[in-house]
Design a protein around this ligand. Structure first.
Ligand SMILES: *Cc1c(COP(=O)(O)O)cnc(C)c1O
Length: 401
C-alpha cells in the first residue's frame, strides 16, 4: 500500500501531536478537519504567509475570481459558510449604512429585522442555523411545518420588517413537501425580499444564482478543497453590505490573507481538476466495498446517489442482527479501532450507515474493507456491539480533559 508520509493514516504531525490516525469515510466534516486541501491552495497559502497585502484589495481580487466561478456580480471570502450566512443576513438588514452596522445586533428597531425560513430547513451544521439569524439581532420567522410548506406560508409571512428569506440546500433538510427555490424566489421577489441560499455542501457553483438567488453561500473547505473558509457570491449591493460587516459583527469571524489566497487558488483549480478521474477513483472504492461487504453475514449494501444531486455516490450499509452488531455498535467499534475508521453514522437509528469515498487517501479504501471484514469474521463481539444509538454530551462536557 502506497501511503506517503504526510498523507493519510500515517501522518507524522498527528503522531507528534499525540492524535489518533483517522480514515475519513464520513464525508466533509468540520469535526474531522473538513477536507484534503488541494496542493494549489497549500502553495498559495505558503506563498502569501510572510507577505503583507492590502486585505480589501485581496478581497477585491477574490471577488473577481468568485464572480468568474459562480456567475455572480461579486463575492467575498469569509471564515466559514456559517459566517458567510451571518454576514449576508446582517448585510440584508443594514445595507451599506455604517452606523447601523456598528449597532448590530441590539439596535435593530429601525431596520428590516425579520428573516423567514421554512421549518423543514431548520438544519444543524454544528450549530443551529436559526442562531446565525438571531446572532444578527434578527427574529426568525418560520414558514410552514416540517412536512409541508405552501406558498401562502411564505407569502403571508413577508411584511415591511422582512430583511431576507433563507433557503437551505442540503441533504439534512426535509426532502419533500417544501417550496422549491424557484417558487421561493418568485414569492420573495414579488415583494422585493432577497433570497439567501445556504449551499455550503453543494458542488454546483452556478445553479442557485441561475435560479434567481440573490446571495449564495458556499464552503471553501468542502468539495472545493480549500482552507477552512466560506464564499459569499451574489448581487453586488448585498455582497458589499455583507462585506461591510467586517467593521461590525463580522469582525470576530475574521478571515486571514492565507485563507483568502487559498480559497482563490482552490476556485481556480476547480476548473482544471480532473473531476472525471476523481469520480472513477471513487467508483473503484465503492465497488471494492460493495463486493467485500456484500459477502458478510447480516450486511446489506447498495451504492446510492447523493440526495441533493451532487456528483457523488456513497455505499449504504444496512446492519442486520445476523451480523452480531447494531448499526450504532458497528459505527462505534470502527471509530474506536486503529486506525480509527470514521463512517457516516448519523442515520444509525435507521439501522444503516454510509461509506463516503470523497476524502480518501490512496489505499485507504482497502484498510476500510479489511477492518470491517475482520470485525465481522471474528467469532467474538465487543461488549458494545449491539449498542443503541445514543446522544451523549458527556465527552465534550469533560473537554479539555
Ligand atoms: C457544512 C454546512 C454548513 C456550515 O459550513 P461551515 O463552512 O463549516 O461553516 C452550513 N450549511 C450547510 C448546509 C452545510 O452543509
Amino acid at each position: 500500500m502506497d501511503v506517503s508520509p504526510n498523507q493519510g493514516s500515517n501522518s507524522s504531525i498527528r503522531e507528534r501531536l499525540g492524535l489518533r490516525p483517522i480514515i475519513n469515510v464520513a464525508g466533509t466534516m468540520t469535526s474531522l478537519g473538513a477536507s484534503i486541501i488541494v496542493p494549489e491552495a497549500v502553495a498559495a497559502m505558503a506563498e502569501i504567509a510572510s507577505l503583507f497585502v492590502e486585505i480589501d484589495d485581496l478581497q477585491r481580487r477574490a471577488s473577481a475570481v468568485i464572480a468568474k466561478a459562480t456567475g455572480a456580480e461579486a463575492g467575498f471570502v469569509t471564515a466559514s459558510s456559517a459566517s458567510g450566512l451571518v454576514m449576508s443576513i446582517a448585510g440584508a438588514m443594514t445595507g451599506a449604512k455604517l452606523l447601523a452596522i456598528e449597532r448590530l445586533p441590539n439596535d435593530t428597531a429601525d431596520l428590516h429585522n425579520e428573516v423567514i425560513m421554512q421549518v423543514g430547513h431548520l438544519v444543524n451544521y454544528g450549530a443551529g442555523i436559526d442562531q446565525a439569524i438571531r446572532q444578527c439581532g434578527a427574529e426568525v420567522v418560520f414558514a410552514g411545518t416540517i412536512s409541508d410548506t405552501q406558498r401562502h406560508h411564505l407569502d403571508e409571512a413577508i411584511n415591511e420588517r422582512t430583511a431576507a428569506a433563507i433557503y437551505v440546500v442540503a441533504h439534512t433538510t426535509v426532502q419533500s413537501g417544501m417550496l422549491s427555490l424557484a417558487e421561493s424566489v418568485e414569492i420573495c421577489h414579488a415583494k422585493g425580499v432577497p433570497v439567501i441560499v445556504d449551499a455550503a455542501s453543494e458542488y454546483d457553483l452556478r445553479r442557485f444564482l441561475g435560479e434567481g438567488a440573490d446571495i449564495v453561500v458556499y464552503s471553501g473547505h468542502k468539495f472545493l478543497g480549500g482552507p477552512t473558509s466560506g464564499i459569499v457570491a451574489g448581487r453586488q449591493d448585498l455582497v458589499r453590505a455583507g462585506y461591510l460587516q467586517n467593521m461590525g459583527i463580522g469582525r470576530p469571524m475574521k478571515v486571514g490573507k492565507e485563507s483568502i489566497a487559498g480559497v482563490m487558488a482552490a476556485l481556480e483549480a476547480w476548473d482544471r481538476r480532473d473531476h472525471q478521474g476523481t469520480r472513477i477513483r471513487e467508483q473503484v472504492a465503492l465497488n471494492l466495498w460493495n463486493d467485500a461487504l456484500s459477502k458478510l453475514p447480516g450486511l446489506e449494501v447498495r451504492i446510492i446517489p447523493d440526495p441533493t444531486g451532487n456528483p457523488l455516490d456513497r455505499l449504504e450499509v444496512a446492519v442486520g442482527p445476523a451480523s452480531g452488531f447494531s448499526a450504532a455498535g458497528l459505527v462505534a467499534v470502527l471509530a474506536a479501532g486503529s486506525p480509527s475508521i470514521m463512517v457516516r453514522g448519523h442515520h444509525a437509528e435507521r439501522g444503516v450507515f454510509y461509506l463516503d469515498p470523497c476524502n480518501l487517501h490512496q489505499g485507504e479504501e482497502y484498510i476500510v474493507a479489511e477492518q470491517i471484514t475482520s470485525l465481522l469474521r471474528r467469532t467474538e463481539r465487543p461488549a458494545n456491539a449491539m449498542q443503541s444509538p445514543r446522544k451523549d454530551a458527556a465527552r465534550i462536557l469533560r473537554w479539555p480533559d
